[in-house]
Write a protein that binds this ligand. Structure first.
Ligand SMILES: NC(=O)c1ccc[n+]([C@@H]2O[C@H](COP(=O)([O-])OP(=O)(O)OC[C@H]3O[C@@H](n4cnc5c(N)ncnc54)[C@H](O)[C@@H]3O)[C@@H](O)[C@H]2O)c1
Length: 245
């Protein structure tokens, strides 16, 4: 049974705690300033892997401490990835395992691969124009979503006729080289992303609809099982085949 320390006990930490027993994992420590504790050699001593879902301000220091303590780490906290280079150096020096990702949903990572293959196929079929649409609940703070930006990057990298992503409302005609991606915020929608290819004859739509956040927590648990006893610095999307394999 994999022993996990949760670093950050917000929505994601609580969801991972709920799911862990079903996946043969045991939570042996929960660290959060709201619980009045912090990362020390004692507080995470029992853990095989530490799962870090905190805040952009806290993540770098948390990960740094954990790596210095020789712990294997999974982090899903977003908004601090400019500091990943420093973590990579530490991980290599300490000989620990580290994996990060901005979207731990296995379905969404499969969707990235599906979109990449489709975009390569559609690159030469110039009669198709394309656009993106994403919808999320009304509490989401950012727009477009981070995932929308990843999807746009895949399009721009693989479709020669699209050279720029355009997320703004347009009071003019869209240019042919612009990939228009719209965002809607309303109600409780957990997350929907679609990419459509549109011609005079038909529309082809690729769509990912999240039902809840459980897919994100499950991906983090699978990443924890995979990184246990490994050394090195990894990205979730880049390691997906091995993680789900
Ligand atoms: N990669 C993914 O798939 C994925 C999925 C969901 C959320 N996220 C990201 O993960 C992070 C956490 O998400 P959430 O929904 O659980 O947020 P949340 O706001 O519900 O919880 C964050 C928790 O971190 C705690 N915290 C603050 N400082 C801390 C510290 N120094 N050490 C430990 N804990 C600390 C807070 O007290 C809070 O309980 C966010 O950055 C979010 O964007 C990523």
């Amino acid at each position: 049974m994999l022993k996990i320390a949760l670093i950050g006990y917000g929505q994601m930490g609580k969801l991972i705690e709920q799911l862990a027993p079903q996946y043969d994992c045991k939570i042996v420590a929960i660290i959060d300033p709201l619980l009045g504790n912090s990362i020390t050699s004692d507080s995470v001593a029992e853990a095989d892997v530490c799962l870090e879902f905190s805040t952009p301000d806290a993540a770098f220091e948390n990960v740094k401490k954990l790596v210095e303590l020789g712990k294997d780490v999974v982090t899903g906290t977003t908004g601090w990835f400019d500091n990943l280079d420093k973590i990579k150096i530490m991980v290599e020096k300490e000989g620990t395992g580290f994996i990060y990702g901005s979207n731990f949903s296995i379905g969404m990572n499969l969707f990235f691969s599906i979109l990449e293959s489709t975009a390569k196929l559609m690159n030469k079929t110039e009669e198709y124009d394309l656009f993106g649409l994403e919808m999320h609940h009304n509490k989401k703070k950012d727009s477009p979503s981070g995932t929308a930006k990843v999807l746009s990057d895949i399009i721009l990298k693989n479709i020669d006729r699209k050279t720029i992503a355009q997320y703004e409302k347009l009071d003019r005609k869209v240019e042919q080289n612009e990939f228009h991606f719209a965002s809607i915020r309303s109600g409780d929608i957990p997350g929907m992303h679609s990419i459509s290819f549109d011609s005079a004859a038909d529309t082809i739509e690729l769509k990912h609809t999240a039902r809840n956040r459980a897919g994100l927590a499950l991906g983090a648990i699978k990443a924890a099982k995979w990184i246990n006893n490994k050394t090195g610095f990894y990205n979730f999307s880049g390691s997906l085949n091995e993680i789900i394999g």
